[in-house]
Design a protein around this ligand. Structure first.
Ligand code: NAD
Ligand code: DAU
Length: 339
């Protein structure tokens, strides 16, 4: 079995590469990644000498490069994690989100059609459903909830999902799509809420909470996302969408306070800053389908996952300090200064 994992130098893709190489000793994993600001070879350093792992630096929107890799590798399965993934950056500069998330997905599926494939899996997001109101805790996203996007990021991900479904219907491409809630865990790029708050708290820097901190996210430990995708690519029904989430809703303020408590830091570090434009209020996944059809359940509770995550950031300071001391500094200045 040979699997192409795109975006494998990023947060979830990197965790998936490690997960699959550990779980299967007869699978070859081929990583295809453009190494944007979010891609990091240090994440893949532990597997670079594994004979069952190969890395290609390539852009999924570069048709010639992608076709060349498919021609050479002839993969059985493609799992597409490659994306521009940060909502705030999509508000600053939408066009790269369309280029990678929509056009790149199209190129990958064309390659799958041209060279033949057993399964193309699109890693999508719960953000394609828009948001839910805070005063309706009875409402959840199911796979039939209409797409209703808020940011250029989520609009690009929803567009890609529609394209994937069109390639299934029109060209009979054997596809699956998963839509997951917010992940957290090792190798998470420090622009995102949880690693940003851990890093800032460790430096006694202000913790910038958007608006009132009342927005709700449904947090899932990254390894549980990997186990769900593993099940879907092997046992999921072709043409289907599967929601992934563990019923673990928390307000942003709750999450930030848990991190401060774990690190024994003062809540005075919290600074309320100007809200994100178009900020989604609440995400909440109904994971009934993947549970009943495929038997998937998350293994890690938030109380344990957040402790493991904080420990990872404490034990791997070089990994994230190399990022925050690089180009990321300029992004941070631009995004947060005077906010
Ligand atoms: P990330 O930003 O950490 O990593 C993205 C990776 O894709 C990086 O390695 C980057 O170099 C690579 N990449 C970007 N553009 C590329 C291109 N044109 N060609 C090849 N590689 C390219 O993202 P993540 O948080 O790991 O998210 C991975 C996927 O999961 C995304 O598709 C995202 O939409 C989806 N998702 C993320 C979450 C979450 O909580 N992070 C939740 C649900 C779904
Ligand atoms: O739901 C899945 C999505 O989760 C993925 O599709 C995205 O790729 C991923 O980035 C994530 O999107 P969010 O916008 O929910 O994640 P982020 O970490 O950027 O923000 C989480 C919440 O924290 C959100 O309500 C905004 C808030 N926030 C974020 C940052 C970076 C702050 O209050 N302060 C901050 O500095």
């Amino acid at each position: 079995m040979k699997i192409i994992v795109t975006g494998g130098a990023g947060f979830i893709g990197g965790n998936f590469v490690h997960y699959m190489l550990n779980k299967y000793n007869d699978y070859d994993i081929i990583c295809l990644d453009a190494l944007t600001y979010a891609g990091n070879m240090e994440t893949l350093e532990p597997v670079m000498h594994n004979p069952r792992f190969k890395f290609y630096k390539a852009d999924i929107a570069d048709r010639n490069a992608v076709y060349e890799i498919f021609e050479k590798e002839k993969p059985n399965i493609v799992v597409n994690f490659a994306a521009e993934s940060h909502v705030d950056r999509s508000i600053d500069n939408p066009s790269i989100f369309l280029q990678t998330n929509v056009l790149g997905t199209g190129v990958l599926m064309d390659a799958c059609r041209k060279y033949g494939i057993d399964r193309y899996h699109q890693v999508s997001t719960d953000e394609v459903y828009g948001d839910l109101p805070l005063d309706r805790p009875d409402l959840f996203f199911t796979e039939t909830t209409p797409l209703h996007t808020s940011s250029p990021y989520s609009a690009s991900k929803a567009s890609a999902d529609l394209l994937v479904q069109a390639y299934h219907r029109t060209f009979k491409l054997p596809v699956t799509i998963s839509r997951c809630s917010n992940n957290y865990g090792p190798y998470h790029f420090p622009e995102k809420l949880i690693p940003l708050m851990i890093a800032n708290a460790l430096y006694d820097k202000e913790l910038p909470v958007y608006g009132k901190g009342e927005n709700v996210r449904d947090w899932l430990y990254v390894e549980d996302h990997c186990s769900a995708i593993d099940l879907i690519i092997h046992k999921g029904r072709v043409g289907e969408v599967y929601n992934i989430g563990g019923h673990n809703e928390k307000t942003n303020l709750e999450v930030v306070k848990i991190i401060l408590k774990e690190l024994n830091k003062s809540e005075n570090l919290i600074k309320y800053v100007t809200d994100r434009p178009g900020h989604d209020m609440r995400y909440a996944i109904d994971p009934t389908k993947i549970h009943t059809e495929l038997g998937w359940l998350p293994a890690t509770k938030f109380e344990d996952g957040i402790k493991k995550t904080i420990k990872w950031y404490l034990d791997n300071k070089t990994w994230w300090q190399n990022i925050i001391n690089g180009e990321y500094k300029n992004y941070y200045e631009r995004h947060y200064k005077g906010r």
